[in-house]
Design a protein around this ligand. Structure first.
Ligand SMILES: [Ca+2]
Ligand SMILES: [Ca+2]
Length: 180
């Protein structure tokens, strides 16, 4: 199990609160847009700018931006996702098992649906990982990217791996539980 502890001030100062499960709207607990630092224990967490796990992921520049929190409990080993050229799993398909930059090939800005077989996948609009982000959870079948306004935009994807979480923690020198 795990938890995330939020603090009102930087460097784990000020009022704090523990969360042990997904929280769709921090307004409901009077913690909206006021988190300035976090500690993560156990499972990794993803912090979002807006309610219901939408908007940009909130990274190290988190000050007063976080509105929802999601815990990642999937087994992150041997990740695998199938991407499809067209909606409803039609057209050309490809099985992806590692971080992949579609921007270098013929499949850039063409993907319209997916089936996650194992792990958690971070989908990005641009090759450098910027732009729109979407976190695809284990066993998720998403039949039409128009539902998330992401049709024919995917350029980069990578598994949400323990290795990248550790790398992110090292890079930001903080106890951050998300993968940027
Ligand atoms: Ca397409
Ligand atoms: Ca793109």
């Amino acid at each position: 199990m795990g938890k995330i502890i939020t603090y009102k001030h930087a460097n784990f100062q000020g009022y704090s609160k523990e969360f042990t499960s997904d929280t769709a709207n921090l307004k409901n607990v009077e913690w909206n847009d006021c988190v300035s630092s976090v500690k993560v224990i156990g499972w990794p967490w993803v912090a979002y700018e807006h309610l219901n796990y939408t908007g940009h992921f909130v990274g190290p520049e988190m000050n007063d931006k976080i509105t929802s929190l999601q815990v990642i409990t999937e087994n992150l080993h041997n990740p695998q996702i199938i991407l499809y050229e067209h909606a409803h799993y039609q057209g050309k398909s490809m099985v992806i098992k590692e971080a992949t930059n579609l921007g270098r090939g013929h499949d850039n800005d063409k993907i319209s649906s997916h089936k996650v077989q194992r792990g958690v996948w971070l989908l990005c609009e641009h090759s450098d990982g910027s732009g729109f982000h979407y976190l695809a959870r284990e066993h998720e079948h998403l039949p039409d990217y128009n539902a998330i306004n992401f049709n024919d935009k995917l350029s980069f994807l990578c598994p949400f791996s323990l290795a990248s979480i550790v790398a992110a923690r090292l890079r930001f020198k903080g106890p951050l539980g998300y993968n940027e």
